[in-house]
Design a protein around this ligand. Sequence first.
Ligand code: NAP
Length: 297
Amino acid sequence: MAESNVIDGRAIAEQIHADTRVRIAALKARGIEPGLAFVRVGEDPASRVYVGMKERMSGQLGIRSETRVLAENATEEELLALVGRLNAEARVHGILIQAPLPRGIRAARVYAAVLPEKDVDGFHPVNVGKLLLGDPGGFAPCTPAGIRELLVRSGVPTEGAEVVILGRGDIVGKPMAAMLCQKAPHANATVTLCHSRTRDLAAHCRRADILIAAMGQPRFVKADMVKPGAVVIDVGVNRVPDASAKGGSRLVGDVDFASVQPVAGRITPNPGGVGPMTIALLMQNTVRAAERAAGAG
Ligand code: NAP
């Protein structure tokens, strides 16, 4: 069991932040401050934590950020009106609407209301379409884009590789599949997208050269589901009870790290793998949005 098979997401995210800082400095030299607006609805504790982390990173990099919070009982129309105001604000280059939205608000309608050129989360149908078509002009969603970057910067080839993705969610699984199946560098993989109706999931997993777990099922992937030497990417964030932890619970991934690490060729830790990359790609997308708005992207 070698420590060295761990893919350090924090270190790779730092490499990306270093590039982002240079681009921000170039924008600021032209009098442009990249701006990112976060929108939260209600007081979901996880959403507060996620937005807080992204705000802090914005501040550290020199991105101006602002957070707008609507009450839990806000209407879809109120949220759409807020999105409309942010769309119209020149100093807001990127808009992120933190999921989950309360029941009663149609998330798809809200995402579609964000201007595609400010949709740094990559959820607008235009950006989703561009991703599927392999058009690099759109914004790709941050988590799958971060995973691709992790693979590239860790020297993991995807060309011809069997990639098995667990979970067909709109935020991770589906866009990840769309990305890696493209006829393009850092793609060209043979992608299998598994979900709750997949027959013999474990057999699919065992074929994978690259196994990406994005299901939201704590420690689901065990050692006997992993081909020796495979690259394992753990996206899941699951809160599980733990009497020994502060607050009585802790976060674990979709991969049983302790048993899988000795079998895997490379593996992401969780935390410290995909999470920091998601934030790094969000910051990168925001700077790109600002560059474009300034006619430089
Ligand atoms: P989601 O939309 O709820 O999708 C979950 C997917 O997993 C669905 O396709 C579901 O199948 C499948 N699934 C669930 N249980 C299964 C099982 N027992 N066997 C087979 N398939 C199963 O979730 P998501 O938004 O994609 O997020 C997935 C996980 O990634 C969550 O834990 C989330 O917290 C985490 N996440 C992490 C980051 C990060 O930055 N680290 C970012 C985003 C999400 P069906 O479609 O058939 O229901």
